[in-house]
Write a protein that binds this ligand. Structure first.
Ligand code: AVI
Length: 322
């Protein structure tokens, strides 16, 4: 196995996004991508093993059980690119099944250096897999990975863990269309999506009993304190998970428990909060299986196969670029 990392700093500008999100009229919001600094990525790893949060286990279970069904549906030579590889643990099953057929290049694409390093150490022992990591935003990384494919190689893009659920539905479809534009007809996308499930189960998944998800959410304010010199009092904000039935999504918010002002020097602003006002930090959309193939169709893919976990409703869909 060979490993290499190709790095490029993301151009995201925390200060500008914080300023825009907290000074906007109406609902204050912060982009969910900022949840994943070094501490946030570690906390997400803990969330993924919590008893209340079955999503990651369902994703991994499907890949473990069905890797040998998925691989024969692909062409003989495949280059694998994974958008947001995380720790890479669940990808192992698929890479092992591919490596049994032939030497394969795997390109994890991550904006989190910590996650990329963890993924590379998790997967570097698999024989016949060469790892080329890209520390870049998804589409930039995918373009770079696609440029490495040989003429006769099918590109298999992995977008697992229901990260698509963190996009608004329209944005999710636009994103799939962008991915499709980088692919050739016949290339494949394996898409993991969390499905609708009973409300108590959903809410517990995003508000666990030992407070890891609360810490994950509050770390965003701690990060703004660390990186922008802000004075958020973490005791004066509370983690809230609520279900929005109109959009079929769980929303995470941070609720101000008092009237207060917060100074954020590096963003050049002072922000006033009313008691009970919230900052919206993340949405997790839940899907129906039929919706996935419809969305795929509108984005230039056809749904070849779908595998569903019954313990924790979750779908793995193999989409082929038309
Ligand atoms: C990464 N993403 C799919 C997770 C989710 O379930 O939406 C992020 C998360 N937020 C809180 N818990 C997990």
């Amino acid at each position: 196995m060979a490993t290499a990392v190709i790095a490029q700093r993301s151009s995201s500008d925390l200060a500008a996004d914080v300023r825009a999100g907290l000074l906007r009229p109406g609902q204050k919001e912060l982009p969910s991508k900022y949840l994943y600094d070094e501490i946030g990525s570690e906390l997400f790893e803990v969330i993924s093993v919590l008893p209340e949060y079955g999503l990651t286990r369902a994703d991994e279970r499907l890949l473990r059980r069905h890797a040998t069904d998925i691989v024969p549906r692909l062409e003989a030579h495949v280059l694998v690119a994974e958008l947001g590889s995380g720790s890479g643990k669940k990808t192992r099953w698929l890479l092992e099944a591919l490596a049994r057929r032939q030497r394969t290049t795997y390109c994890p694409i991550e904006i989190s250096r910590t996650a990329l390093a963890r993924c590379e150490s998790e997967l570097s022992q698999i024989e016949c897999i060469s790892i080329v990591g890209f520390e870049r935003p998804y589409l930039d990384g995918l373009l770079a990975a696609a440029a490495r494919r040989d003429k006769n190689e099918q590109l298999l893009v992995l977008f697992l863990g229901s990260t698509i659920g963190n996009f608004d539905r329209d944005a999710a479809e636009r994103f799939l269309s962008e991915v499709r534009r980088i692919l050739f007809p016949g290339d494949a996308l394996l898409l993991g999506t969390d499905l609708e499930k009973p409300l108590p189960q959903l809410l517990a998944a995003y508000d666990d009993s030992i407070g890891v998800t609360a810490a994950f959410n509050l770390n965003l304010l701690a990060r703004i304190n660390r990186e922008l010199g802000a004075d958020f009092d973490l005791e004066a904000f509370q983690h809230v998970a609520r279900y929005n039935p109109a959009h079929r999504r769980v929303e995470m918010h941070l609720r101000s428990t008092a009237d207060q002002t917060v100074t954020i020097p590096a963003a050049g602003c002072i922000v006033a909060f009313l008691k009970d006002e919230t900052i919206w930090t993340e949405s997790s959309h839940k899907y129906r299986t039929s919706e996935i193939s419809e969305m795929a169709g509108r984005s230039g893919f056809k749904c070849d196969s779908q595998w569903i976990d019954t313990e924790w409703p979750f779908a793995e869909s193999l989409l082929i670029a038309e």
